[in-house]
Design a protein around this ligand. Structure first.
Ligand code: HEC
Ligand code: HEC
Ligand code: HEC
Ligand code: HEC
Ligand code: HEC
Ligand code: HEC
Ligand code: HEC
Length: 282
């Protein structure tokens, strides 16, 4: 018996991969590497099912197998459709934080209105979050839905420096609001609530006090309600500039016209011929 067992073992080991292969779904990219592979959504619409291998391999998940995310794939695929991917199986911390956010609440009611993981990170091309490329794309994402806050951010000190290309030291939206557990300022647990905003500033401004934290980082010079001082200063400056230019431009134009008319008169008038040596001076 023993001798027989030793004899069969290597043969079984050789057969094992074949057996596993028979249960595993076939190589995904043999079908999904085809640019033309589409799913018919009805009504003349379709969804591309193409996955670019190059992008996928360069993503943070490039060394994971497709089925580590698409866990629902069976040997019957594509007859059986996999369910939605759950990022939370590997990123529980971010997922738990996100679930508490205002974004998750709004998303549950209206998926188009607020972001989920995929809206901010993508699917098969997910990059490390500390790259400039990701940061710029994420800033754009926030800005698409919060246009006024984007504008006021880039209008004030932090945003202006970021605009000049310094993404390293300056706070981006999520350095103040957090990335996943975003809450309204009225919620005491929000990073920017009146209870916690000082701690948020202190992170980078070690000398900050309550007064410093009251500085309006989203100061809006177009809104008298948001920032009356900026609003009136801006308005008065614009009026002064308009007044100055309003006087200066017509004044300069009139001056040119007068100059031109006088020159023409001089050229045409009696004194316009150059004096001759004999008679002109007499
Ligand atoms: C034989 C070709 C083939 C292979 C191999 C294949 N798929 Fe598919 N897959 C399809 C087709 C066709 C559809 C669309 C089915 C439909 O129209 O409902 C599909 C649909 C899907 C969808 C669902 C798209 C959606 O939004 O409904 C996912 C996800 C998917 N495949 C992932 C995979 C993964 C992961 C693998 C490898 C483990 C794989 N597929 C292997 C052909 C294939
Ligand atoms: C990091 C997780 C992850 C990995 C790894 C992954 N996918 Fe996906 N994939 C997703 C998500 C998220 C979606 C969006 C739909 C959903 O939530 O199920 C998706 C959607 C798809 C779709 C539907 C079409 C589309 O682009 O929306 C196909 C087909 C697909 N994946 C195939 C693959 C194949 C093939 C691989 C391996 C080369 C792979 N996926 C690896 C997360 C992943
Ligand atoms: C099967 C486990 C698994 C799943 C599911 C998964 N990831 Fe990942 N994810 C990883 C691993 C492993 C890394 C690489 C960690 C590293 O390199 O430090 C990673 C890295 C990341 C990073 C970069 C982290 C950083 O340090 O900047 C992001 C962002 C990310 N994943 C988002 C997602 C999203 C969004 C989903 C859902 C669509 C998802 N992941 C699904 C395993 C997973
Ligand atoms: C509103 C946009 C947004 C949503 C929604 C979002 N993320 Fe993020 N995520 C970010 C930003 C921005 C960063 C970079 C944070 C930083 O650098 O401090 C990040 C960072 C990460 C990281 C890197 C590690 C870390 O925490 O810094 C992982 C992993 C991640 N997100 C996964 C997820 C998962 C999983 C979901 C869904 C549950 C999700 N994210 C939803 C914007 C988002
Ligand atoms: C797809 C659109 C969308 C994207 C992308 C998005 N948000 Fe939101 N955000 C919302 C919606 C919707 C609300 C709910 C309150 C509202 O209607 O303004 C919200 C609420 C907020 C709030 C609380 C304010 C309030 O009025 O309740 C903050 C702060 C916030 N988001 C910051 C961010 C930041 C930072 C990013 C980028 C990392 C981001 N958002 C990306 C749609 C979005
Ligand atoms: C330096 C920290 C800081 C940065 C950076 C920052 N914010 Fe804010 N944000 C705040 C503070 C503090 C408040 C609350 C006071 C206020 O409304 O001005 C706020 C308020 C908000 C609100 C309204 C919250 C509410 O509940 O009414 C939204 C939305 C918002 N910010 C989005 C953004 C977006 C988008 C970005 C990036 C373009 C950004 N913020 C960058 C500190 C910051
Ligand atoms: C991620 C880091 C970071 C966070 C968080 C942050 N700042 Fe800043 N801030 C900077 C840097 C860097 C400068 C450049 C000048 C400096 O070094 O003091 C700056 C400059 C400023 C300036 C103009 C110059 C000055 O020092 O007077 C003001 C005002 C300011 N921040 C207010 C705030 C307020 C209010 C908060 C909290 C709501 C805040 N900042 C949160 C990094 C940050």
């Amino acid at each position: 018996m023993k001798i027989q067992g030793i004899f069969y073992a290597p043969a079984l080991t050789l057969l094992l991969p074949l057996a596993v292969w028979a249960q595993e779904p076939p190589n995904c990219l043999s079908c999904h590497g085809d640019k033309e592979l589409k799913k018919d959504l009805g009504g003349g619409k379709n969804q591309s099912l193409f996955v670019e291998q190059k992008d996928y391999l360069q993503s943070v998940h490039g060394n994971l197998s497709c089925t580590s995310c698409h866990t629902g794939i069976t040997a019957n695929h594509p007859q059986d459709q996999p369910g939605k991917v759950d990022c939370g199986i590997c990123h529980s911390q971010e997922t738990e934080a996100y679930k508490k956010s205002i974004h998750a609440q709004v998303f549950a009611a209206d998926p188009g209105a607020a972001p989920d993981c995929l809206r901010c990170h993508g699917t098969h091309q997910i990059q490390k979050s500390n790259t400039d490329k990701f940061k710029k794309a994420a800033l754009d994402q926030c800005g698409q839905c919060h246009a006024d806050y984007r504008r006021t951010y880039f209008d004030t000190y932090h945003g202006k420096v970021v605009d000049l290309g310094n993404l390293k030291n300056m706070p981006l939206c999520w350095d103040c609001h957090s990335a996943h557990e975003i809450l309204p300022a009225s919620d005491p647990l929000s990073n920017v609530s009146k209870e916690r905003v000082l701690a948020t500033c202190l992170y980078c401004h070690p000398d900050a006090n309550v007064k410093f934290a009251q500085y309006n980082v989203h100061s809006d010079k177009f809104s008298v309600k948001n920032d009356p001082i900026s609003f009136w200063t801006y308005l008065v400056m614009v009026l002064i500039v308009c007044f100055a230019f309003g006087l200066w431009v017509p004044h300069t134009i009139l001056w040119f016209v007068r100059d031109w008319l006088e020159n023409r008169k001089k050229r045409k008038g009696p004194g316009s011929n150059p004096p001759t040596e004999t008679g002109g001076g007499a």
